[in-house]
Design a protein around this ligand. Structure first.
Ligand code: PRP
Length: 209
């Protein structure tokens, strides 16, 4: 049985559709209920829905053999896993954002609010810029508006949240997309099964281009 961790939500549903197309369907997953684990014994797959930011933990610790996680999570937590494939979906950017007229006075320590402490720290270290990190867990956009921080480091997808809060992208740190990841031990012992799935998903990614 191959254990597959899917990110709960819209992205996860699209990802499941790709697995289904690859021949690993599990019809019970479409039932409208609150179940989190779905199995198709005949196909040898067990899917489970987890919080998107937790997929990498399940895979790193081997509770899942493979899973789909955003590049943002992989860069932030640096889990010890194999990254097998860029699924070219769930695309967005990691950005520095702030008030439109923000001016960076380099004589002062920059106050940065973010969920992505590691990504933000590395980015500013690469610029040799002193920062004071303020770790938040959501609604990051409020921080510069209320003066809690000078800027934020966060994900921008459509840009609507920034726009509706009178903020703007100041710098782009990196592009983000969903990745197929594998547990290292699982990959060693279930190489063929995992590679077969990765190959089939890869073909679909190419056809989507
Ligand atoms: C994410 C991110 C931004 C928003 C960007 O938040 O933190 O707030 O999406 O999307 P947009 O550019 O399309 O507007 P999420 O919905 O994950 O909620 P959060 O406030 O808990 O971070």
């Amino acid at each position: 049985m191959l254990n597959i961790a899917l990110p709960k939500g819209r992205l996860g549903e699209k990802v499941y559709a790709m697995f289904e197309k690859a021949g690993y369907e599990c019809p019970s997953i479409k039932e409208n209920n609150r179940k989190l684990i779905f199995e198709n014994e005949e196909k040898g797959v067990r899917y489970f829905w987890v919080k998107p930011s937790d997929v990498a933990i399940y895979v790193e610790r081997g509770a899942a053999d493979i899973g789909v996680a955003g590049k943002d999570i992989l860069c932030e937590y640096e889990p010890d896993i194999y990254e097998l494939l860029d699924l070219n979906m769930g695309k967005c950017r990691m950005c520095v954002a702030g008030k439109k007229d923000f001016y960076d006075d380099t004589d002062r320590t920059l106050k940065v609010a973010t969920k992505f402490v590691n990504i933000a720290s590395k980015y500013y270290a690469s610029l040799s810029r002193d920062i004071d990190i303020i770790k938040l867990n959501g609604s990051i956009e409020i921080a510069p508006i209320l003066g809690l921080s000078d800027v934020i480091v966060d994900i921008v997808e459509t840009g609507t949240t920034l726009k509706e809060n009178d903020l703007a992208v100041l710098e782009t740190i990196m592009p983000i997309s969903a990745r197929l990841i594998a547990n290292k031990v699982s990959f060693k012992f279930k190489t063929e099964e995992i590679e077969r799935i990765a190959e089939s998903l890869g073909t679909q990614v190419k056809n989507n281009d």
